[in-house]
Design a protein around this ligand. Structure first.
Ligand code: NAD
Ligand code: UFG
Length: 338
């Protein structure tokens, strides 16, 4: 299939390119590199031994989206391009709605004009909000606690209406839990542009000595060790879910939502201990106050994805931290060469 991959140079996108190219698809990447580097795509080309074109443009630029779709005539789209920082989304909500919701609208309009009827969308477990029960299944109520989360939920709703409007359309909505780790080669991985907010990039930076210590946001949660628990998922498992979602989109119509997690949660201190073991480095940390908006524990019921996509996570905690460390230690400054 010809697959347009928006945001393909990013953390999840670059890993997904390898899975999708490996499955034999042809790709076109659409990315403005606002949170990524062209070097990531060079590495994907080397690792996959496949070439593909890139359009450097903004997803908000409807004329550029139209040109890309008209020229490439994709049979499916994987839509990663978007903004993802929860804190930032409260400071610049208009930019988040414009990019995450408006970008999705631009893409769907161009797909309609050119007869493309399949999309795989990056949503987030953050759409659930404070849990009524755990693990979250896809029927759990949605009440996102940030503008970011609301942009994702709104895009999901747009996709549902779009899929219902066309008899040939399929929208596969993937709600990711917490992606971590890197490709086994250590050549591609997570390279946050600004100061990272997420746990594992910070832990990795402490391990390589770029930062003095980790602040653990709260140890008084109702969890076994008092620190927050999350369903961390290996980014290569997450990438493979997209290849399965493309196959599903080809054979099914309508909009479908899937949790993409492992069904296993680890606490902050468990993640720190695992990373210390993988890296052989101490990770100094200090216990701080709770972070505003944080939830004690998040956990996926991933059984629907297993049942309908034929996908399940295969890689465990050891793989997550070992590959994360291999990437970070070989590329302490990420893709930057300065
Ligand atoms: P990322 O920032 O590494 O990748 C996003 C890519 O989109 C980048 O290459 C960036 O340059 C590009 N992009 C951003 N704004 C753009 C624009 N206006 N026009 C064109 N390209 C643009 O992030 P990621 O972690 O790979 O996340 C990918 C998707 O998955 C995002 O939609 C994100 O919201 C979603 N998601 C991520 C996580 C996570 O924890 N990483 C969790 C749930 C959902
Ligand atoms: N944490 C710390 N110290 C830090 C950073 C994080 O203790 O410096 C803790 C948090 O309090 C939380 C856990 O580590 O308990 C994980 O935090 P992250 O920021 O890595 O991840 P979140 O679960 O808060 O959020 C992430 C993404 C969201 C996404 C959500 C669900 O940032 O965009 O996962 O998929 F929506």
């Amino acid at each position: 299939m010809r697959v347009l991959v928006t945001g393909g140079a990013g953390y999840i996108g670059s890993h997904t390119l390898l899975s999708v190219l490996g499955a034999g698809h042809e790709v076109l990447v659409y990315d403005n590199f606002s949170n990524s580097a062209p070097e990531a795509l060079e590495r994907v080309r080397r690792l996959s031994n496949r070439d593909f074109d890139t359009v450097e443009a903004d997803i908000r630029d409807d004329a550029a989206v139209e040109r890309a779709v008209a020229g490439f005539r994709p049979q499916a789209v994987i839509h990663f391009a978007g903004l993802k920082a929860v804190g930032e989304s409260t400071e610049m909500p208009v930019r988040y709605y414009d990019t995450n919701v408006g970008g999705t609208l631009n893409l769907l309009a161009a797909m309609d004009r050119h007869g493309c009827g399949a999309i795989v969308f990056s949503s987030s477990a953050t759409v659930y909000g404070e849990p009524d029960y755990l693990p979250y299944d896809e029927a759990h109520p949605t009440r996102p606690a940030s503008p970011y989360g609301r942009t994702k939920l709104m895009a999901e709703q747009v996709l549902g209406d779009w899929a219902a409007s066309r008899p040939d359309a399929s929208a596969v909505i993937l709600r990711y839990f917490n992606p971590v780790g890197a490709h086994l080669s250590g050549q591609i991985g997570e390279d946050p542009r600004d100061i990272p907010n997420n746990l594992m990039p910070i832990v990795a930076q402490v391990a390589v000595g770029q930062r003095e210590k980790l602040m653990v946001w709260g140890n008084d949660y109702d969890t076994p060790d008092g620190t927050g628990q999350r369903d961390y998922i290996h980014v290569v498992d997450l990438a493979e879910a997209h290849a399965a979602a493309l196959d599903f989109a080809e054979r099914r119509r309508g909009a479908e939502v899937f949790n993409i997690g492992t069904g296993q949660a680890y606490s902050v201190l468990e993640m720190v201990a695992a990373f210390e073991k993988a890296s052989g480095r101490a990770i100094p940390y200090e216990i701080g106050p709770r972070r505003a908006g944080d939830i004690a524990a998040m956990l996926a019921d991933p059984s629907r994805a297993h049942r309908l996509l034929g996908w399940k996570a295969e890689r465990g905690l050891k793989d997550m931290v070992e590959t994360g460390w291999a990437w970070q230690s070989a590329n302490p400054r990420g893709y930057s060469t300065d």
